[in-house]
Every structure is written in structure tokens, then in C-alpha cells.
Design a protein around this ligand. Structure first.
Ligand code: PMP
Length: 325
């Protein structure tokens, strides 16, 4: 865990121990707190799995020093893995569907990684397939496989979860967006160990299919929110339905409105997945306040995964129509 009261030997030592800050727009009787993951060195929640997973993979001998990490990623994971790979003596290659933000791809390259684009229409599935093909062509390469590797969930169980409970004595509900679902699953598993009645809500964009895991009807559609959601639940092997009470589908417009409100009123410069998480967290808080959800405590914890600066070229602070998503 990060300690900021002494000099650190590497930027990797600054991963984690991010601030937990009150979201002021909640109902009077229920507090909402957001874990601000843009405080990580690569400015997103994914720095946690970059450091944690690569350290474990090296320890286990799944890859040796001088070997290569190949990963399909929407971008933030690439940045997190690129920082960790560089510091741990590994090469890095990332396979990124074209639609994802250019800022992220520039940052991966600046950190020394190679970036390969796959067609947007092939989705994350296409990127996953290409990553495995590339790894097969290399001598000592590992695909950490954030979508299926339990180390992803473990990173959050070992760091994000305990950090939340270091800051708060009790937590009523945990609300977080699901891309790979590693963040939510790791926190939820830790939270349920502290109190088995902790309410857990997943967040997805409207048009994503995570709700199907809980037997809910979903119709597939495009969405602008970046970093969460799925079009193919077969690839989301980390999602554990028994740890989740509810899956909230959030429309793009609501997430966009909320991320702009968070900047204008609360000083949070966050991306669209944080906007979606905040909408859902406020909804859960209102339902706890109204007695509709029987949570063990009057508090809700959510995660703001990254910063809006990563999406300025997509017009994130423009009108909803101007935001290209
Ligand atoms: N928000 C953003 C911006 C992300 O990049 C990610 C990671 N895909 C998430 C949320 C979701 O995190 P996880 O993969 O742990 O579910």
C-alpha cells in the first residue's frame, strides 16, 4: 500500500491508497463516497491490476524478465500495464479496438508500449483473439487476460476493498461499473466478508448485457459510456452473480449529465463510467433513504475509475450530441 510520508523508489509504489471523497448530491440521511482512482500514476483504476497482476505473473514464472505482456484493452488497462511492465522489465503490446480514445493510445506509446488497433466492429472479442495470436508468435509472452484472470478480482480484494474499510467503519452498499467486473467483484467479496448483508449493485450502460447474468431482459445497443458494459457475456468470466443484488443500466444521457454536474458542482473531473456510477450510487442511496433497500448501514461506496482529461478530444464537456463517446 502506498505511503506518501516518505520518498518512494518507483512510480509503482504510488499505485493505490486513493482518496475516498463524499459525493455531496446524495440524500440527507445517506452518505455517498467515491474512490477517486484518477489519483493513481497512470490516472485510472487499472494501475492496480497492472502492478498486482504483473508482479504475480513474474513471481509465478508465467513470464520472465525481458518477456512480453500482450493484452486486449479499452485503454486504461494498457496504461496500467505499460507503467508496470516498464518498471518490472517487461515489453508490452496492446490490442485496442479503434473506437477507444486516442489520448489513451498516445499514453501507452509514451510509456514504451506498442499499440495495435483492431476494427471497432469486431468488438473486444476481436481484440482478445488478436492478442492471443500475437502472443503465440512470441517466445516468452503472457496474456494476463483481465477478462478471465482471477488475479484481476484479487487485486481489488487485496487493495481497493481493504482501503475502503480503512477509511470507513461500516458500508451499507457498494456500487460500481463493470467492464471486466474485477473492480466490483473484488470489493464486493471483501465487503461481504465484513458484512454478508452489504448491498451490491453493478452498473452498466443501457445497451449492455450484464443484466442477463441476473436473468433480466436486456436489448443490445450501442452506447457512448467508455470502459464499462458488455456485448458478449461469454467473455466476462469474472462476474459472480451471487455477489450482486442488482444491475443498473444507465442511459448515456444520464451519465453525461452527471459527469458534467460532478465537474461543475463538486470539482470532480471524471470520465463517463464515473458519471454512470454516480447516477446509480445516488439512486441506491435514495432507495436506502426511502427504506426500499434494506442495507446494513446508511452509506454507499462507489468508484470513479478515471479522469475526463482522457476524453477531451471526444468533446466530453460539450453538448450530449457533441460528445462522440
Ligand atoms: N471505467 C473505466 C474508464 C475503465 O477503463 C474500466 C476498465 N475497463 C472500468 C470502468 C471498469 O473496471 P473493471 O474492468 O474492473 O470492471
Amino acid at each position: 500500500m502506498t505511503e506518501h510520508d516518505r520518498a518512494l523508489s518507483s512510480v509503482l509504489d504510488t499505485v493505490g491508497n486513493t482518496p475516498l471523497v463524499c459525493v455531496q448530491a446524495g440524500p440527507a440521511d445517506v452518505s455517498i463516497y467515491a474512490k477517486l482512482e484518477s489519483f493513481n500514476p497512470g490516472a485510472s483504476v487499472k494501475d492496480r491490476i497492472g502492478a498486482y497482476m504483473l508482479e504475480r505473473l513474474l513471481e509465478r514464472g508465467d513470464v520472465g524478465e525481458g518477456g512480453t505482456v500482450v493484452e486486449p484493452t479499452a485503454g486504461n488497462t494498457g496504461i496500467g500495464f505499460a507503467v508496470a511492465a516498464q518498471q518490472l522489465g517487461l515489453d508490452a503490446v496492446f490490442v485496442v479496438p479503434e473506437r477507444f480514445s486516442l489520448e489513451k493510445q498516445q499514453l501507452m506509446r509514451a510509456l514504451g508500449a506498442e499499440v495495435i488497433n483492431t476494427p471497432t466492429d469486431d468488438g473486444m472479442g476481436g481484440a482478445i483473439e488478436r492478442a492471443h495470436e500475437l502472443a503465440d508468435e512470441l517466445d516468452d509472452a503472457v496474456v494476463p487476460q483481465q477478462f478471465s484472470n482471477p488475479l484481476n478480482t484479487e487485486a481489488h480484494y487485496e487493495t481497493t476493498g481493504p482501503e475502503i474499510y480503512d477509511a470507513l467503519d461500516e458500508v451499507g452498499a457498494v456500487v460500481a461499473g463493470c467492464g471486466t467486473a474485477g473492480t466490483l467483484m473484488g470489493i464486493a467479496r471483501y465487503a461481504r466478508e465484513q458484512n454478508p448483508d452489504t448491498y451490491v449493485a453493478a452498473v452498466e450502460p443501457e445497451g449492455s448485457l450484464y443484466g442477463e447474468f441476473l436473468g433480466e431482459d436486456r436489448s443490445e445497443g450501442e452506447y457512448k459510456i467508455e470502459g464499462i458494459g458488455t456485448h458478449n457475456t461469454d467473455t466476462n468470466e469474472l462476474f459472480e452473480p451471487e455477489l450482486v443484488d442488482e444491475v443498473y443500466p444507465i442511459p448515456d444521457e444520464r451519465a453525461h449529465e452527471e459527469l458534467k454536474r460532478l465537474a461543475a458542482e463538486e470539482g470532480h473531473l471524471v470520465g463517463s463510467s464515473a458519471g454512470a456510477a454516480s447516477v446509480a450510487a445516488r439512486h441506491v442511496a435514495s432507495r436506502i433513504a426511502d427504506g426500499e433497500i434494506d442495507a446494513p448501514h446508511d452509506s454507499v461506496v462507489t468508484v470513479f475509475p478515471d479522469s475526463s482529461e482522457r476524453y477531451l478530444s471526444k468533446g466530453i464537456y460539450g453538448s450530449f450530441e457533441e460528445w462522440s463517446g
